[in-house]
Design a protein around this ligand. Sequence first.
Ligand code: FE2
Length: 254
Amino acid sequence: MILAQITDTHLMSPNPAEPRAAARARALKQSVADINSLDPRPDAVIHTGDMTQTAAATEIALACELLAPLAMPLYVTPGNRDGRQALIGAFFGDDCVADGGFVHYAVNHHPVRLVAIDSLSGNNNKGNFCRARLDALDTTLAQAPARPTALFMHHPPFDVSTSLYPFQYNCRQAVAELATVVSRHDHVVRIFTGHSHRPYVAHFGGTVASTMPSVAPDLRQGDYPAAMADRPVYQLHRFDARGGFVSETRLVDA
Ligand SMILES: [Fe+2]
């Protein structure tokens, strides 16, 4: 199975006076075209949040327009910029929303089971979990213990030491409890996240967890070769039953 990951597109409403708006839209459009051009094509795409800058209806509409050409299924999880309701209205039916209005769902028909986790705190831009979400995850993971499973969410549940703000949750207890749940399920083979706008890989709950650069070029964090400055990047994760996921960051021709 091949999974493409895009994240932190931070789309802005079209505005000729705002050059970032056009640049971010272009970066996503080019990424989508590049994903579609791959041979073999990815089986699915995940967007790990901050699809939009402010969750404005015009931004959501632009996201739908730019993502529509994807030739494979797209699965999304909310970022702190998106707002749950805006994303739910555009991308989900009732079957994808857990009790309490959290965006929580499993995708069962790929070689790797995909489980989306809602990491939004709701009161600031950081992440959080509550008992309802942790219990829902525990239940979902227990439903298919023989299936290799990848989790995806917006906030990395680990310290990104290369960032000025390495820990992005309201409290460590929430992350510790997530680790406890994940560690109970050794079929969790990977955790994919966004939010940090930079590449980073860590161990979490007995598995491997990662985050990646933003698709939005102007928001990318970290040091990169000059040639990357205006080129969108996304990641490809290839799964093999014996070796798990291997990942590469793909640089798109601008
Ligand atoms: Fe972001």
